[in-house]
Each structure stands twice: as structure tokens, then as C-alpha cells.
Design a protein. Structure first.
Length: 264
């Protein structure tokens, strides 16, 4: 969860059965269960895995911000046909990878020490899924909330790909970042809340078929439930609740437009 330029050095702390990555004494950046290192210990990571409801068999995942590697480890274990590239700006964070059980680089997995914004600007990888989870102690770096960054995310994705952004709603800049994301993706954004903090997870896609129908999401949920250890149905219900609100708002807007078009 780190994009750690210009801040305190990362350090590791332990709380009973949990190991955490921190940059200060107040904010936890990543958490790992010592007994089960590959489990998704924080709800925001489980919410980010909601991309499976839209792209269940990604060919290549790129993530901005390695942190403690929870998402990388989970994807490597449960998506055996998927390649995973993590782009982390902080060499100090990368140096802690063994403390969090992050595997060494191989043909499926690589960790690059680079600025995620620069990487996406110059990349021709065309990933099927792009995960953005880059934070400093004070919130999301401004560059990862810029209009140029979100435009680069859209350009970098495969045509049928999905972008997943972890926002912190406690950041006063969050409404601006969210508006820029909606503009970059022509309004094709669906956001849900995480249950263990002020995290808001936004799913976006460049293709006109996003978001999919309720029926498609429910069918995907049924397929995924037997393959994954987290509660896929819980994430799907949050997605569906948000989709219902979006559809209701559009229906209301259409009704208002229709009411305004009548003439005597």
C-alpha cells in the first residue's frame, strides 16, 4: 500500500498473530497473518479482489504499490495462469519483502523499483487488471490522483481491462480524485466501501459494457465462490448494492428529463 517517497523509512511491527508494515506510529500500511501469510487480512484487500467479478481470469495484473504484498501473494496462489508485476517506488519497502513472505521474482512474478506513474505513462504492457494501492502516511500521493495519471491508466489497460483504485475517503482531496477518475473513464466507475476503515475501492473500465448486469455479477459470484478463500458473496453484495443505487439514480434522472420535455 506504499508509494513511499519523501517520508519516514518503513518498519515492521507485530501485534500478536499479525505483522504490519508502517511508516509512522499511527498508520498501518499493510497487515499479514503470521500463521497464514497468504490470507487477505484486511477488508480493503478483499474488496480490491472484487475485480474478479469483472475479470475472473486475468492474463496479466500490474499493481502500483507493493506494501506487504498481500494482493500479490494471494493472486499468485489462486490465479495460477496469471502473471503479476508490482511497481514499488521505495527500495526500503522492497527490502522487507522476505519479512512478509513475498516470493522471489520468477517467470510469473516481478517487483520493479520505479515510480508507478512513470511506469504507466511509458508502459506498453496492456494489463488486464491494474491495481493502484499507492499511499504515503498522509494519504494518496497527489500524482496518483491526477487527471494525467488516470488518463495513463486508461491508455495502459487492455481494451477489456479493469482498473481498481484504493482511495482513502478521509483525505480532503478524495472528491477531486474521484471526479478525475470518473472523467477519465467517461463515468464508468463503480465504488464500494471497505469495512475496516475509510477506504473506498473504485472499479473502472474503458469498455462500454461496464458495469455488467446484475445477472452477470451473480453468475460470476457463483463461479468464484468455490475457488477463493475470502467471502466473494459479501463483496458481490456490496457491488450489487452500489449498482442498484447507480441504476436508480439514472432512472430518476431520466424521469426528470422526460418530465422536463413535456409541452402543453
Amino acid at each position: 500500500m506504499s508509494e513511499a517517497q519523501g517520508q519516514s523509512r518503513p518498519f515492521v511491527t507485530e501485534f500478536g498473530t499479525l505483522r504490519a508494515l508502517q511508516f509512522d506510529g499511527l498508520t498501518v500500511q499493510s497487515v499479514m497473518s503470521i500463521a497464514d501469510p497468504d490470507v487477505l487480512a484486511l477488508d480493503y484487500t478483499r474488496a480490491m479482489m472484487g475485480f474478479l467479478l469483472f475479470k475472473p481470469r486475468p492474463r496479466h495484473i500490474v499493481m502500483v504499490g507493493l506494501g506487504g504484498g498481500s494482493l500479490a501473494k494471494y493472486c499468485l496462489r489462486t490465479l495460477p495462469d496469471t502473471r503479476f508485476t508490482a511497481v514499488e517506488i521505495s527500495p526500503e519497502v522492497i527490502a522487507l519483502r522476505q519479512r512478509f513472505g513475498i516470493p522471489p521474482d520468477d517467470e510469473r512474478f516481478r517487483v520493479l523499483c520505479a515510480d508507478g506513474a512513470d511506469y504507466l505513462r511509458d508502459s506498453d504492457d496492456a494489463p488486464d487488471v491494474l491495481l493502484v494501492d499507492g499511499f504515503v502516511a498522509t494519504g494518496q500521493p497527489a500524482r496518483l490522483g491526477s487527471a494525467d495519471f488516470f488518463a495513463d491508466c486508461r491508455r495502459a489497460l487492455a481494451p477489456d481491462g479493469v482498473l481498481v483504485v484504493n482511495h482513502w475517503a478521509g483525505d480532503g482531496r478524495y472528491p477531486v480524485y474521484a471526479a478525475r477518475l470518473r472523467e477519465a473513464f467517461d463515468g464508468r466507475v463503480l465504488a464500494i466501501a471497505a469495512e475496516d476503515g475509510d477506504n473506498r475501492i473504485s472499479f473502472s473500465a474503458p469498455g462500454p459494457g461496464f458495469p455488467p448486469s446484475r445477472g452477470r455479477i451473480l453468475a460470476r459470484c457463483a463461479e468464484l465462490a468455490e475457488l477463493h478463500s475470502f467471502d466473494v458473496a459479501d463483496i458481490a453484495q456490496r457491488v450489487l448494492a452500489r449498482l442498484d443505487r447507480m441504476m436508480g439514480r439514472r432512472s430518476a434522472d431520466a424521469g426528470l428529463d422526460g418530465a422536463g420535455s413535456h409541452s402543453d
